[in-house]
Ligand binder design. Structure first.
Ligand code: ADP
Length: 444
């Protein structure tokens, strides 16, 4: 058991909270991605399509006009600044809008246009003259449901008679209320409650069912089963759509249980690579020493923007204070911040308002800050067993081969951690050179 009061060598005191590593919260990361997203994410891969009926013709569209949408919906799309369908939308939209409706499982990384696609499908299938829930979208959290709702509101800006309602905890609706809104977005638990216990929604009248963020969904206890119970009560002619950013076997198994006779669309992610990254390490005695090495690097080369990774919140906080005291403009991104606070820090960093971002693992995944040329591992990523965490290493410093610029990565290594670094080097079969922090000529 850890004591919370024994001071460290440098006089600071640990609290257990701060010693914790920030765990990656899938739903929070997904929300963060949505909050900071500025544009579509590209992929150089081709969209893979698996049709439920391979003999039926395969349509793809290059323009939104080809979809023959309602005028007001098309206006909404253009008002959002969309000029043409994204890569995944080119294939997905014709399937989603086909008559008779087709079921779809679609996987592509976040930012590729999935939400916009199913929102468009829901809006185009709503019958505005009928005042009851017709489209049902399940999301893993309250906040993610609100984000999707926001897209419905934006895209449906000119569809004046279409209305959205949120089936999320805290939204109390008196028993017996007659829900007249056509689109319901909610979390599985509350939706289940509204459907079966409180009988606010008649599932037999739903004609579009969307399950968004399936990978995040199955990560939450109970959500798979609740979603399946909801799905079982839908009419057979209801269109069923499932989206996921990743596709492990578990997601796939869930998708197949919940979506009957699906078409499947996949857009592979740009692979991360270390090929265009020059990697260095500096041998250090202790934390102070690491900090000194970092300062030398700072003094030695021209740095645009840098991200510095620490393993614990405590280390991250310590480093932030040190750097600030030395007059650097840094900001700290760690797990105790709310998602909105994190989003605003990342946004400021993106805008170049801060030059250095110090963080724990919270931001290692999924968030790309393209202009960053330097990544520092102030601590090596290790797992519970104190073995190297290869995946996190790759996520921290890897770039996508096609879109990424060349980068520099520095690892601050205590002597006893050197074997871990060598394992990383072997694992990726890429060289990590030792650097004398007094001599930066090596780099430039
Ligand atoms: P996903 O659901 O896959 O994460 P989104 O639908 O949220 O992706 O789209 C990612 C970002 O790209 C959003 O900012 C969205 O407004 C924008 N976007 C989506 N489709 C298009 C398009 N066809 N053209 C331009 N921008 C788009």
């Amino acid at each position: 058991i850890k004591s919370t009061t024994v001071p460290n060598v440098d006089g600071s005191v640990n609290t257990e909270e701060e010693d914790e590593e920030d765990v990656v919260d899938l739903a929070a990361n997904s929300l963060l991605n949505k909050l900071i997203r500025q544009s579509l994410v590209e992929s150089s891969h081709r969209v893979e399509v698996l049709q439920k009926d391979p003999s039926s013709p395969l349509y793809s569209v290059k323009t939104f006009e080809e979809l023959r949408l309602k005028e007001e919906l098309l206006k909404g799309i253009y008002a959002m600044g969309f000029n043409r369908p994204s890569k995944i939308q080119e294939m997905a939209l014709p399937m989603m809008l086909a008559h008779p409706p087709q079921n779809l499982i679609a996987q592509s990384q976040s930012g590729t246009g999935k939400t916009a696609a199913f929102v468009l499908a829901m809006l185009s299938r709503v019958n505005v003259l009928e005042l009851f829930p017709q489209c049902l979208c399940l999301a893993p959290t309250y906040e993610l449901a609100l984000q999707t709702g926001r897209v419905v509101e934006q895209m449906g800006k000119f569809c004046v008679d279409v209305q959205v309602m949120y089936a999320i905890r805290g939204n109390r609706i008196p028993r017996g209320t007659d829900i007249t809104k056509q689109i319901i977005i909610g979390t599985p638990g509350t939706v289940l409650d509204w459907c079966f216990k409180r009988k606010l929604i008649d599932l037999t009248k739903i004609h579009v069912f969307v399950l968004d963020e399936a990978d995040v969904m199955i990560d939450t206890q109970g959500f798979s089963d609740q979603s399946i119970r909801i799905q079982r009560a839908l009419p057979t002619e209801c269109q069923m759509l499932l989206f996921s950013a990743t596709f492990e076997d578990s997601v796939w198994q869930f998708a197949e249980r919940i979506i009957p006779d699906p078409n499947v669309i996949k857009l592979r992610k740009e692979e991360l690579t270390l090929n265009n990254i020059r990697q260095y390490y500096v041998l250090c005695e202790n934390r102070k020493d690491k900090y000194q090495a970092l300062c030398n690097i700072y003094g030695g080369i021209t740095i645009g923007q840098a991200i510095i990774f620490c393993q614990t919140r405590r280390n991250a906080k310590w480093l932030t204070v040190e750097m600030m005291q030395d007059g650097h403009q840094v900001s700290l991104l760690s797990g105790e911040l709310t998602v909105e606070q994190r989003a605003s820090i990342i946004q400021r960093f993106r805008d170049g308002k801060e030059k250095v971002l110090i963080t724990t693992n919270v931001c290692a995944r999924g968030i790309d800050v393209k202009q960053v040329t330097i990544v520092v591992n102030f601590d090596l990523p290790v797992n519970q067993a104190q073995e190297p965490d290869y995946e996190t290493y790759l996520h921290r410093i890897g770039r996508t081969g096609r879109f990424g610029k060349k980068g520099l990565a520095f690892n601050m290594i205590e002597v006893d951690k050197l074997p871990l670094l060598m394992k990383i080097q072997d694992h990726f079969n890429s060289s990590i050179k030792q650097l004398d922090p007094e001599d930066m000529d090596e780099i430039e």
